[in-house]
Design a protein around this ligand. Structure first.
Ligand code: ADP
Ligand code: GLC
Length: 472
């Protein structure tokens, strides 16, 4: 059983949504496990995806009384999914970003555990994801001590991003139903309560979304104050690199594209490039390279480097197109970059699913200079779309992108180590240099398009981990 605060096709703010959408399907396809998903029903969830109202009256013990909630059932994601319908918490337009987020997801955790009781058979393993599931981790551990219905259920906790810890006022712990003493103390982190920390202490095993990130988070530089905990539990920590859902991200079938193509015949990609230039109102200069970025606009994604190198990117002679929303500092900077060179720079501020596919297909180079990156999905989507990634060698970016080697003809992208604008621009120039040699460029594109980053291999690793966890 997977718990996740977001999951495609029901909801998505970033990569967690993609993963929690694709993994259950891939696990089911292994035929080895019986898997389903529990996730909140948000106002962004399309009603057409819901198959039936499963429970009209799931009573959840909450803040000292019993709260009635509804549960919907769906198979629209390919695997069975249960959606917790509590409009007072989840029908709010956005998925995160409210003052009571801790209460909202503590409720989600409580409701999901109550639902397990109602469904009847206790799962062997509950797979929890990120800080919103930290509460469930603690309650599952407590239930084990009491010998309750879920006392034989074990937990795997996946870290998708250690920097988001779900911090809140410790004064709320008691109100949310946590016992004073060890249980409440487990939340304490730098004077605040942190759902992630308590969840990581209480779970049976921990995974992260790439191998390199699993090591990085054990160091003080990347441990966000929890490196000691991860070192302490390192014998229970594993890195499994995310996969790509090739049903959704496939240039041969992608419904959002102006034309289709694959590794055998790339001609459709040129049409997609033309379509992209038109969408952004840029001149139809098909031989000029397009450098692209699709991202949450936060420091994690390396926008400080892009900000420093804005002039150099424009001077490189390439188009630059960006899709993103987030910090106003970066939104303003993108606006300035556009205003400085309106015929070279195209920006779209906001969230736009179809456009994210059109960029992957129409661009030549995908720029992802992350400060840190637990896994990263866009570099893998780019490769499938024949768009060559230029990335910083960190976390999952380092694990999935291999530097192009001219002598051997190997490699699927370009990566740099130091977190400096200079190193980034150097790599971008190297990529642009090879772009100007179409035969060489084709080799790099095909190396990426033929790479197998499907979920099948990752799902098999999760099955192994679930088996180990169930036996703990
Ligand atoms: P993260 O989860 O840290 O944001 P990932 O690379 O794992 O990074 O996943 C990001 C996902 O969110 C990708 O599917 C990407 O296409 C999508 N995404 C990010 N920003 C936007 C946006 N503004 N519009 C549409 N999709 C976006
Ligand atoms: C997080 C990370 C990203 C990862 C995604 C899915 O949001 O920032 O690197 O790909 O989760 O695991």
């Amino acid at each position: 059983m997977i718990f996740s605060s977001e999951a495609v096709p029901f909801s998505k703010t970033g990569g967690l949504g993609d993963v929690a959408g694709a993994l259950p399907k891939a696990l089911q396809e292994t035929g080895e496990v019986d898997i389903s998903l529990i996730t909140p029903l948000y106002s962004q969830t399309k009603p057409g995806l819901l198959r039936e109202l499963l429970f009209d009256n799931l009573y959840v013990e909450w803040l000292g009384s019993m709260r009635r909630t509804r549960v919907w059932y769906s198979e629209a994601g390919g695997a069975p999914a249960f959606l917790i319908d509590a409009p007072e918490y989840f029908a709010r337009g956005e998925v995160y970003g409210f003052r009571d987020d801790h209460e909202r997801f503590a409720f989600f955790s409580r409701a999901a555990l109550t639902l397990l009781g109602r469904l009847g058979t206790p799962p062997d393993v509950v797979h929890l994801n990120d800080w919103p599931c930290g509460f469930a981790s603690v309650w599952l551990r407590a239930g084990r001590e009491w010998g309750g219905f879920l006392s034989r259920t074990r937990t795997l906790f996946s870290i998708h991003n250690l920097a988001y810890q779900g911090a809140f006022d410790p004064g709320d712990l008691w109100r949310l139903g946590f016992r004073q003493g060890d249980e409440s103390n487990a939340f304490m982190q730098d004077g605040a309560a942190a759902a992630l920390k308590a969840g990581l202490l209480a779970c049976d095993a921990i995974s992260t979304v790439s191998r390199r990130y699993s090591f990085e988070i054990q160091s003080p530089e990347n441990g966000y104050g929890l490196d000691w905990l991860l070192r302490m539990r390192r014998d229970r920590l594993v890195g499994i690199t995310n996969g790509v859902d090739y049903e959704t991200w496939n240039p041969a079938t992608d419904e959002h594209l102006a034309a289709h193509y694959d590794a055998e015949d790339l001609s459709g990609k040129r049409e997609c490039k033309l379509d992209l230039l038109r969408r952004y109102g840029l001149p139809e200069e098909l031989d000029r390279p397009v450098v692209a970025s699709i991202s949450r606009l936060v420091a994690q994604k390396g926008f400080d480097l892009i900000k420093q190198a804005g002039g150099a990117i424009i001077e490189s002679g390439a188009f630059f197109v960006a899709l993103g929303s987030g910090a106003s500092e970066y939104e303003n900077f993108l606006q300035e970059m556009h205003d400085a060179a309106p015929h070279r720079v195209g920006i779209y501020k906001g969230y736009n699913e179809p456009l994210s596919h059109q960029i992957e297909a129409g661009a030549d180079i995908f720029l992802m200079p992350s400060l840190y990156e637990p896994c990263g999905l866009n570099q893998m989507y780019s490769m499938r779309y024949g768009t060559v990634p230029v990335v910083r060698a960190t976390g999952g970016l380092d694990d999935t992108v291999e530097n192009f080697d001219r002598e051997r003809g190997t490699g699927n992208g370009f990566k740099f180590e130091p977190y400096t604008a200079l190193a980034m621009v150097d790599k971008l120039h190297e990529a642009l240099h090879w772009y100007a040699e179409p035969d060489v460029w084709r080799t790099i594109q095909l190396n990426g398009m033929r790479a197998d980053n499907s979920w099948a291999a990752a799902a098999r690793k999760y099955v192994e981990v679930y088996r180990a966890v169930a036996g703990m």
